[in-house]
Design a protein around this ligand. Structure first.
Ligand code: ATP
Ligand code: MG
Length: 236
């Protein structure tokens, strides 16, 4: 397994949120984590990304334990988290935000190549490269946050709610970009989403979390067909 959590418990201070979370992704897999609000999805991604220390259990990436490493070390290893809060540098240009994302890359040629790649993937960012990040639209900021995450040449990208606040068209743009990255770069992608139908259609496997526990997992197409999932998440 390329990325996995093993019996992971995590939370905030004494407050335990995650209980015995086991998530596994193969290299190049595009999968998702679904579940109601406040259930621990963001907590899961943040724990994998080194922003929260596990209380118990492990996070293993490429055969190495990364649980408890600092966030910047996890980025160096190749795992990037794109937060739902999109904490961009709002007073800096699109271009400078992208350069900040390349903080682990020392080779200027590599940075230039990657800039070309993300500008090609998100033409809108190329057109707006000089604009302050804080003045970009919600959809554009989402693109910028993903693009910034890509600047460090990650192997895994953890994307928290890519469709949140976006129109269906903009959601398609963002999902298409994740799909391209997954296929062209063999990038391993784990998305957290509320939009269950689109996400299950776009991904290979899915995990469903409730109250900090994984209550169901399997092939996304099977989850889509599951009656319980349809009732709870798909409004069918
Ligand atoms: N910094 C924090 N300190 C204390 N509790 C927190 C903190 N961050 C999150 N929580 C709590 O942890 C629980 C899980 O939150 P989390 O953000 O992981 O949920 P989520 O599944 O991502 O929800 P949503 O779909 O609303 O984004 C919630 O009850 C939340 O209030
Ligand atoms: Mg969340």
């Amino acid at each position: 397994m390329f990325l996995k959590t093993e019996a992971l418990d995590a939370g905030y201070g004494f407050l335990q949120i995650l209980r015995d979370v086991n998530i596994c992704l193969e290299e190049g897999e595009f999968s998702c984590l679904l579940g109601p609000n406040g259930t621990g999805k963001t907590t899961t991604l943040k724990t994998i990304a080194g922003l929260i220390k596990p209380m118990k259990g492990k996070v293993i990436f490429n055969g190495q334990e990364i649980g408890g490493l600092a966030g910047n070390k996890v980025v160096q290893k190749g795992v990037v988290y794109v937060s739902e809060a999109l904490n961009l540098f709002t007073n800096m240009s699109v271009h400078d935000n992208l350069l900040m994302g390349a903080f682990t890359v020392k080779d200027h040629e590599k940075i230039k190549k990657r800039l070309d790649y993300v500008y090609d993937l998100f033409q809108r960012l190329k057109q707006r490269h000089g604009q302050l990040a804080g003045t970009m639209s919600g959809g554009e900021r989402k693109m910028l946050a993903i693009a910034r995450g890509l600047m460090s040449y990650p192997k895994v990208i953890l994307v928290d709610e890519p469709s949140f606040g976006l129109s269906p068209q903009m959601t398609d743009v963002v999902f298409d970009a994740l799909d391209v990255l997954n296929r062209e770069q063999n990038l391993t992608v784990l998305v957290v989403e509320q939009n269950a139908t689109k996400t299950l259609e776009a991904t290979k496997n899915g995990y469903v979390m409730e109250n900090g526990v994984i209550v169901m997992s399997g092939a996304s197409k099977d989850l889509l067909a599951d009656e319980g999932i349809q009732k709870t998440y798909l409004g069918l």
